[in-house]
Design a protein around this ligand. Structure first.
Ligand SMILES: *Cc1c(COP(=O)(O)O)cnc(C)c1O
Length: 416
């Protein structure tokens, strides 16, 4: 038989129907970046000012981090080779864990190749049938996925609604209770009241898992949200972290590398090593990235990054103020933890609430024509009716850059 006689290859009809893409305003598209240069990216012939990243301190291209990765490659090669429980756990991984645990004030740390895997391992290893999980409605998707995978009972409280959480905890006869929260909400930019959540956990004998993907490197002098002066006495009053607190920080955002750390009391971290399937059954993060992570932690802790942080947080405050003065609604919804409050800084995540996905997509397209990359965030990433633009600031931005953005946003929303 000749090749030309073969029936035309096609997917089964039932599958074609299941693969029908969503309507245009909801469709997800990838943009292929050709080059990165500080705050700018090149996409084909376009040069765009990037407000769509999470490289808050500009460390993704940092020479010290880069050098550590290169010498790490020379020492260890490129691959991770094996899982941690086979031969994949190197001196580099061990050193990164020890450095992070000491600096962040926890008994032990465990290195993962992504934050998604870290949350999955933590929740599935530490909760199961018989456990009650309480989660903020605006938590990151991976905490919800982890909760579902664990088989535990999951209840999601309205964003920041601690009265409801307290009522649910009080009425729960289960002895095993966890509260799961983002520290900085990734699409809203507000900060969870860790002090009040921890207080509830003490009152109702619950544990607290804090996902600080967006606070690590940025808040608390770089050590993250728990180290903000508002929360540190509650969390670290006894010197080391309260053993009721388990922390997850990602290394792919402000640290500019990849991977994540889970931090907590020693028996708890050991239980995750024993039972965390997304820890056990995956290849270790390449050791060169563990070396890069150590260098990145060193950078986050140094004086130069302290200056970057101060500038970044000042810019975040200025941009919110500029938008508020122009009558542009940014920041969290009524009833939420508003950001900033008197005792907490404005974070570099600035949402501009637009409601419908059509409005968000149209605004993104207009800004892109002006050379600004500000992503439209739509359901299901955010609840229906709360589509928005998400501005993400970085220390790589100058005030000239943020002025350009503010100007364009005013033109889009105020003069039109
Ligand atoms: C990005 C993010 C994660 C996932 O971390 P990765 O290392 O990218 O897998 C988890 N939680 C929150 C809140 C995030 O923003």
């Amino acid at each position: 038989m000749q090749v030309t006689d073969l029936p035309e290859a096609a997917l089964p009809v039932w599958l074609q129907a299941a693969l029908e893409p969503p309507p245009a305003a909801l469709r997800r598209v990838r943009v292929t970046v050709d080059a990165v240069d500080g705050a700018h990216v090149r996409v084909g012939a376009e040069t765009l000012l990037n407000f769509a990243g999470n490289d808050y301190l500009g460390l993704a291209g940092d020479p010290a981090v880069y050098d550590a990765a290169v010498s790490g490659a020379a020492r260890w090669g490129v691959g991770g080779s094996a899982s941690h429980l086979l031969s994949g756990h190197t001196r580099a991984h061990q050193a990164a864990e020890e450095r992070a645990a000491a600096w962040l004030g926890f008994e032990r740390a465990l290195l993962f190749s992504s934050g998604y895997l870290a949350n999955l391992a933590a929740v599935t290893a530490l909760a199961g049938r018989g456990t009650s999980l309480y989660a903020d409605r605006l938590n990151h998707a991976c905490l919800n996925d982890a909760a579902r995978l664990s088989g535990a009972r999951l209840r999601r409280y309205r964003h920041a609604d601690l009265d409801t959480l307290a009522r649910w905890l009080a009425a729960d006869p289960s002895p095993q209770k966890w509260v799961l929260t983002d520290a900085v909400f990734s699409m809203d930019g507000d900060i969870a009241r860790i002090d009040r959540l921890l207080d509830l956990c003490h009152r109702f004998d619950a544990m607290l898992l804090v996902d600080d993907a967006h606070g690590f490197g940025v808040l608390g002098g770089g050590r993250g949200t728990l180290h903000e002066p508002t929360f540190a006495p509650a969390v670290f009053g006894g010197g080391r972290a309260d053993p009721r607190v388990v922390l997850m920080v990602t290394l792919g955002k402000a640290a500019g590398v990849a991977g994540a750390l889970l931090l907590g009391a020693a028996p708890l971290i050991d239980a995750v090593i024993q039972r965390g399937r997304s820890y056990i059954y995956t290849t270790a993060l390449p050791p060169l990235l563990a070396e890069a992570a150590i260098a990145a932690i060193g950078r986050i802790a140094d004086d130069e990054c302290a200056l970057r942080r101060r500038r970044l947080l000042a810019m975040a405050g200025q941009i919110r103020q500029g938008l508020a003065e122009a009558g542009i609604r940014c920041g969290a919804d009524a009833g939420a933890w508003s950001a900033p409050t008197d005792d907490l800084p404005a974070t570099p995540i600035v949402p501009i609430m637009l409601g419908t996905e059509k409005r968000a997509v149209a605004a993104m397209a207009t800004l892109r024509r002006a050379g600004l990359w500000v992503p439209a965030i739509r359901p299901p990433t955010v609840p229906a009716g709360t589509a928005r633009l998400r501005v993400s600031l970085s220390a790589s931005h100058s005030t000239q850059h943020t002025d350009r953005l503010t100007h364009a946003l005013k033109e889009l929303f105020c003069d039109g």
